[in-house]
Design a protein around this ligand. Structure first.
Ligand code: FE2
Ligand code: FE2
Length: 162
């Protein structure tokens, strides 16, 4: 049986993961409008992954005999200054989410909920990857600067994400 404090914290995280998906879908829509189909594809897949993160928490709550209560998802930002601005914001967002996951680990520890703490280690590892992936694209965009050719090449590369 899951404790109320942990259950509440995971419910909040389900909302945070769904918001992440919503934010990335908004970024995907922005790239569609910018004629960058590769970046749009990359962000649409990212949005799908965030939904999967939410569902993993969702199923875990039920497995532990808890209750899921879904809250409203905030509207995401819709406009950005440039592709670099988008990916810098995606990176910053992932850093924020890493902090949320670490807070969840701290709550699980203080409640002596070893099962949740163990379950969260998957997310700890995932966040390392998420930050690195977003940052790698930020670095490429910084190198490209204003080159339309470079942006075209990067967009083709992002189109290959599976
Ligand atoms: Fe996530
Ligand atoms: Fe993420």
């Amino acid at each position: 049986m899951i404790k109320g404090t942990v259950e509440k914290a995971i419910n909040n995280q389900i909302n945070a993961e769904l918001y992440s998906g919503y934010l990335y879908l908004s970024m995907s829509a922005y790239f569609e409008g910018q004629n960058l189909p590769g970046a749009a594809h990359w962000m649409a897949l990212q949005a799908k992954e965030e939904y999967e993160h939410a569902m993993k928490f969702y199923n875990f709550v039920f497995e532990r005999g808890g209750k899921v209560t879904l809250a409203a998802i905030d509207a995401p930002q819709a406009e950005w200054k440039s592709p670099l601005d988008v990916f810098e914001n995606a990176y910053k967002h992932e850093v924020k989410v890493t902090g949320l996951i670490h807070d969840l680990v701290a709550i699980s520890r203080s409640e002596k909920d070893v099962a949740t703490e163990n379950f969260l280690m998957w997310y700890v590892d995932e966040q390392v990857e998420e930050e690195a992936d977003a940052d790698a694209i930020v670095q490429k965009l910084k190198r490209i600067k204003e080159s339309p050719n470079g942006l075209y090449m990067l967009d083709r590369e992002l189109a290959g994400r599976e």
